[in-house]
Design a protein around this ligand. Structure first.
Ligand code: NAP
Length: 475
């Protein structure tokens, strides 16, 4: 079987690995296409640089690619000389589906395709003023601090007071990166331009907003605790947020161990706050305020149309896990605002798309058309299949479900006209696509590690796409 996978993040790489294992006896040849010169998707460009443990997943992903490339045979595969060994994965980076390759091309060369393109955009928040200068999507900021080649090199960090909307792990990542003293990020792989940008930030106060209560948060205990451990930052809570009568919490939420730990962490912060207020503990130079029961209703702007504050409406528990509005409003002054309310997938050429959910419509990974019928040969996995929820590990079981369907559908696969593996690299070269390979990634990886070593740091990421491509291609 010859299979194309579009997207070399964890979803695509896990799918490739699992398929090779599942079809061990049949010899699957997988071509993995990635729009960026480097693989690993959100692990490289979404996981915060100060989370080396999660970034470490790259080691396992790399092993899959290396094993799939057949070690020494990788060179032959890259140039398209010879035949890919049974159970092979070839990586083609810097290849954009819809631009460099079409669905027709895939049909001509493969039996089926799996889209694993993830979700990299910010979900919309439809409130007045959200497009004001100084109002940003978290996904864009994450791309910036993780050195994504397709975002500008500079980020305006001029605000002393900053707001972050959302109570998920991305909101915590963004808050931590904004409030941390940049020197504490130096041992990580943050790009040089990011370190310089953060150094110039005059931030003093960060306000984090959740539209529900402290027991309804989506973030995880480890990440929350980590936020409280950031040096020289006081955690500020509003005692009113913890006093609301809400039977739903005891009946349902406190059965969840994570919520029990989260509650414990916040109670420690409340204690520390009492001690500070009683003059028993020193004050830090930066503060992170947690605002719960706060629904964003409007971004307040100044005369120049820049963010000047966030107007929130106090909410209250409705007794069944939701909230009611109270009619009580407040404006919290700030000069910049980030919304971290979830990611959203992007549509792909010639592939059905659900505009409301930001996913490819599918049944267990089988892509469905507008009438709800299966589109033969087309599958989806990862966040573009199920939406932007769950940790990286969840992607494996998700890929398994898709692969089971794909294997079961053998009869309805495409019939490729061209089965010669050298035809795809030849086609890309003919179209002047400067594609990168797994060997090229090794070259770039070593280059980045070398830059890091010279500065006593883990790695220094190469950010511009052209430079990444040139180094990968040994040009
Ligand atoms: P998320 O976990 O779904 O959190 C989204 C947050 O936005 C929720 O608090 C949600 O509140 C809030 N929200 C949504 N719409 C809103 C609105 N209109 N107004 C106000 N608030 C709104 O999404 P995420 O933070 O983007 O994370 C995505 C996934 O990646 C998660 O599974 C996360 O755990 C994972 N991730 C993990 C890590 C890590 O392990 N370190 C780091 C980053 C991301 P409601 O609950 O009220 O809807």
């Amino acid at each position: 079987m010859r299979l194309a996978i579009v997207g070399a993040g964890p979803a695509g790489i896990y799918a490739a690995d699992l398929l090779i294992k599942a079809e061990r006896d049949f010899g699957v040849e997988i071509d993995l296409f990635e729009q960026l010169p480097a693989p690993y998707g959100l692990v490289r460009y979404g996981v915060s640089p100060d989370h080396p443990r999660i970034k470490g997943i790259i080691t396992a992903l790399r092993e899959v690619l290396d094993r799939g490339a057949g070690g020494e045979d990788a060179g032959a595969q890259r140039t398209g000389e010879g035949t890919a060994p049974s159970g092979s994965i070839r990586y083609f980076g810097n290849v954009r589906y819809g631009q460099d390759l079409t669905l027709d091309d895939l049909k001509r060369h493969y039996h089926a395709v799996i889209f694993a393109t993830g979700a990299i955009r910010d979900a919309d928040l439809s409130i007045p003023g959200i497009d004001a200068e100084g109002s940003y999507g978290a996904a864009d900021f994450v791309s910036w601090f993780d050195g994504h080649p397709d975002v500008p090199r500079t980020w305006p960090l001029e605000a002393a007071q900053v707001g972050v909307i959302g109570n998920g792990n991305v909101a915590l990542d963004v808050s931590r990166m904004l409030i941390k003293h940049p020197e504490d990020l130096l041992p990580t792989e943050i790009p040089a331009n990011v370190y310089e940008g953060l150094q110039a930030s005059p931030i003093e106060e960060l306000h984090l907003f959740g539209r529900r209560g402290p027991a309804y948060v989506k973030f995880t205990p480890l990440e929350l605790r980590e936020l409280g451990e950031v040096r020289d930052v006081d955690m500020v809570v509003d005692e009113r947020d913890f006093d609301l009568d809400d039977p739903y919490v005891d009946e349902h939420l406190m059965k969840n161990k994570q919520i029990v730990v989260i509650t414990r962490v916040m109670n420690q912060w409340r204690e520390a706050q009492r001690a500070r207020r009683a003059g028993e503990a020193p004050q830090a130079s930066r503060r992170l305020h947690l605002h719960f029961w706060s629904r964003p209703v409007e971004v307040v702007t100044d005369d120049a149309g820049r963010v000047a504050g966030l107007k929130i409406e106090r909410t209250a528990p409705d007794g069944s896990g939701g909230v009611i509005d109270t009619g009580e409003f407040e404006v919290i002054p700030m000069q910049s605002l980030y919304r971290a309310i979830g990611y959203f997938g992007s549509p792909l050429d010639e592939i059905p798309f659900d505009d409301r959910r930001g996913v490819i419509p599918n049944r267990q990974g089988r892509v469905l058309d507008a009438a709800g019928d299966q589109v033969p040969g087309v599958y989806a996995t990862g966040w573009i299949k199920r939406g932007p929820v769950g940790l990286i590990g969840h992607t494996k079981s998700d890929a398994m479900e898709t692969l089971e369907c794909l294997i079961e559908d053998r009869e309805s696969w495409w019939t490729p006209e061209i089965e010669d593996p050298s035809a795809m690299p030849a086609l890309l070269s003919e179209r002047n696509v400067p594609y990168t390979t797994i060997e090229g990634w090794h070259r770039l990886d070593e280059h980045e590690l070398g830059l890091g070593e010279a500065e006593g740091r883990t790695r220094v990421k190469v950010v511009p796409r052209d430079e990444m491509t040139r180094i990968s291609r040994g040009e």
